[in-house]
Design a protein. Sequence first.
Length: 201
Amino acid sequence: MNLLTIKAFGVDFDQTLVESESIRENAMRMVIAEEGGGDFLHEDYLPTMTELRGLAVFDFLKQRYNLSDSVESLRSRVNEIYFRDFNESPTLMDGAAEFLNMAQELEIPMVVVSNSSESRVRNGLSKLGIEHMFEGVVSSDHLVGESPKGKPGPEIYLLAAENLGIEPRQLLAFEDSVAGLTSAKRAGMRAVYVPDEHYSP
């Protein structure tokens, strides 16, 4: 890869830049225990990351663990715990600090590209004291139209390149998920896979 053709980095937020999946998994574990569903298995968490979206996640948990609460309420309870615990103490992924310092030394602009809300991303960056390192945040909030799409669609990465004033091929993406890698590649970008041993497929 020729870094001379790269003018910016697009960095995923969850589980690439900051630890989040273990917090979400623990939130599900707590709610399932409160419902009397027993021990939540890690192997049952993985489909909620890769195969299921929205309420389908909580319908899966409801059926799998024979939970009495509605899927809407399960989602609300899990999200309440998740956002509370994440906002209290966001943590950088291993190697993220070194990566950010390297990018600054090379004077390569960076933008966060995330399916999460902009407010959540900015709150995490601010609490970690690294918001100043990024040119901006491109989130699913910014996708407009009748059927806005985040990753794995290309729109979010195309918007990131547009906001930076560069061609898509000049942005290098860093992603931990298949959806993120697919999004960047569909946008005509190169991508670096940043796997996590516990959560990446």
